[in-house]
Write a protein that binds this ligand. Sequence first.
Ligand code: GLP
Length: 241
Amino acid sequence: MKVLKVKNYDEMSEQACSILVDKINNMKHPVLGLATGSTPEGLYKKLIEQYNHGHVSFKDTTTFNLDEYIGLSKNHPNSYHYYMKNHLFQHIDINMDQVHVPKGDVIDIQNECVEYEKAILDHDKIDVQILGLGTNGHIGFNEPGTSFTSRTHMVDLAESTRQANARFFESLNDVPTKAITMGIEAIMESKEIIVLVSGDRKADALARFMNGDISEDFPASILQNHKQVTIIADEAALSKI
Ligand code: GLP
């Protein structure tokens, strides 16, 4: 795994943006895997700036998001559909038919898992997957204990994940208990993966991700086996390496 050490959150976002813009501009039909959470917000802001300056176009780009809460409608301000629209999609020239976010508000979640997986496989492979890192090592919403051979599936969110994400909700009680997530195997099939990590809140997790044993107890550890991983991490996140 390649590590790009940067000073702070802003530099992390800047580096990720410039790598991504370069890749998008050099591919005919880029397929991007996108993440949510606070980590990629800066990256999305900078991508919008690049788009506004005419340095990149997303009209031939396809996207797949990692995950979505179960039980929140697309218009709920805490849904990842809303997040993506608000932080990126409504500001750029992407064709919304080419945008994929798993649906968490359908009655038949099992069917949604099958359909989402089919859509990913129809596009061959994700060219560049952006990942954040959960403090318990989750990637997407693949919590500790998830099989490394998992495909799109429904998950029970770990209590620590609900607590970590409670800051986006009015109270912990409002945080959904379940989610739908792309599986670890599909993430590992991406041609290239960029992991963004910022802040001392992530320092323990980053140290275990980079140097710990590869184990389903710590999902991100499997990325050590991927041939094209770039970690862009700031000084605070790297403080325990
Ligand atoms: C969330 C998301 C992940 C994200 C991670 C870190 O729960 N499901 O995709 O990468 O946890 O979130 P944050 O960037 O807010 O720290």
